[in-house]
Design a protein around this ligand. Structure first.
Ligand SMILES: C[S@@+](CC[C@H](N)C(=O)[O-])C[C@H]1O[C@@H](n2cnc3c(N)ncnc32)[C@H](O)[C@@H]1O
Length: 383
């Protein structure tokens, strides 16, 4: 059953939450009967199924994976509160006020800035005639932050496990500020417990390992497979079993004619630091099921090429950090002193930004970098 919120409702979003009728209807679950592009889809489905890996269906640590969103959101909230970057929205999703270590805050700053730099380049190239798909979006606020800039996109789609999107939907529907960013004057916001649809914003619960379900959800969001599309995955693919991840990447490559994938996650995982990271996560019930692609920048890039993407580039986060304009780096380096500069370098060496593309849109992407370790240290201003 579909529940709509109209502009009138928006003038008092508290009343939406208190309306028992709406709440009950919400609980009834599924909505949206969508039109399928049957012929085209069937042909393509057959082709991609033939080259797909056997799917992995046993997922013992989904709960622990879902919990990683709380960690990421808490860390982003902490860094924002200290002034690392501006985000007027993350506080609506996260109440936790815990302070994190300076290394963590700088790590998140580099992560958010790195992804933002790619998104900005993409938006400039496409002049807003494009789509953004945030895979494993968690409580990320990019959509809301973009609304406060001149950049507009044709469609912004967010996907995560239903447990996560349900919490995000719940927060959005109770919050006038968030709702008003999704709404336009005449449009309406349609809600189910796990999904939310605005005129050009769609938040949907789905398991990314289930390609048919992903396809179905994207069609509900009125995806245009011919429009340039940027996929974002911040610490998401690493939690997906290798075969399932490859299936997803192959499927995207087979469906979209012009696409860019921005992947931020672990790299250089087969050293001592990587072992410690893996053991820590395992002790919390969370294995990194996709860690095989995180051995090196090469494995990160080749995964995309093996899955039918036309090209890829990868940088470790030392390089990404250095590509951030100096005044901006100097500004955030004054926020907190680092006790252990070496630890930050190690952290940065174990995360990376990978960009892959289909079509020609991003083949000239470059992040200026310096490769000498000494220079890395001094430019990080931590020696
Ligand atoms: C570390 S969190 C990152 C959240 C967000 N990208 C960010 O950076 O703030 C990883 C997210 O990926 C989601 N995720 C992992 N595997 C998934 C899957 N198979 N299907 C849907 N979401 C998944 C988790 O639920 C979680 O929200």
């Amino acid at each position: 059953m579909l529940v709509s919120i109209t502009p009138h409702d928006l003038t008092n979003s508290e009343s939406i939450e208190k309306d028992p009728g709406i709440k009950d209807t919400n609980r009834q679950g599924l909505f949206f009967v969508c039109t399928f592009l049957v012929t085209n889809t069937l042909v393509k489905k057959t082709i991609y199924r033939e080259i797909m890996e056997p799917p992995c269906s046993f997922h013992p640590c989904d709960e622990a994976v879902i919990a990683t969103n709380d960690d990421a959101s808490d860390c982003k909230r902490c860094a924002v509160r200290l002034g690392y970057w501006k985000d007027d929205y993350i506080g609506f999703f996260v109440r936790n006020q815990d302070r994190k270590a300076p290394e963590i805050n700088r790590g998140y700053f580099a992560r958010v800035k790195g992804v933002e730099m790619c998104v900005e380049k993409f938006l400039k190239k496409t002049d807003g005639n494009c789509q953004i798909i945030n895979l494993g979006c968690g409580f990320d606020t990019l959509y809301f932050r973009l609304r406060d800039t001149p950049h507009q996109v044709k469609n912004f789609i967010e996907l995560d496990f239903p447990t996560v999107t349900a919490r995000k939907c719940y927060t959005i529907k109770r919050n006038k500020v968030l709702l008003s960013k999704i709404h336009d004057e005449d449009g309406e916001v349609k809600l189910s417990p796990t999904d939310l649809h605005g005129p050009n914003y769609h938040l949907m619960g789905v398991d990314l390992r289930n390609i048919d379900e992903v396809d179905h959800k994207l069609q509900q969001a009125e995806i245009d497979y011919t429009l340039p599309t940027i996929f974002l995955a911040e610490c998401v693919l690493v939690y997906i079993e290798q075969n399932n991840c490859k299936n997803l990447l192959k499927w995207i490559a087979s469906k979209f004619s012009s696409a860019v994938f921005v992947n931020y996650e672990q790299v250089n995982m087969n050293d001592r630091f990587g072992d410690v990271m893996l053991n820590n996560l395992r002790s919390r019930g969370c294995s990194l099921a996709g860690v095989d692609a995180c051995i090196s920048l090469e494995t990160q890039m080749s995964r995309f090429l093996e899955c039918g993407w036309n090209g890829s580039r990868a940088w470790d986060m030392v390089q990404v950090y250095q590509s951030i304009p100096t005044p901006e780096r100097q500004r955030i380096e004054r926020i907190e002193m680092l006790d252990e500069g070496e630890l930050l370098v190690q952290l940065f060496q174990h995360y990376c930004l990978v960009v892959a593309w289909i079509g020609e849109l991003f083949q000239d992407i470059e992040i200026t970098c310096v490769n000498v370790v000494e220079k890395r240290m001094s430019s990080l201003n931590i020696d």
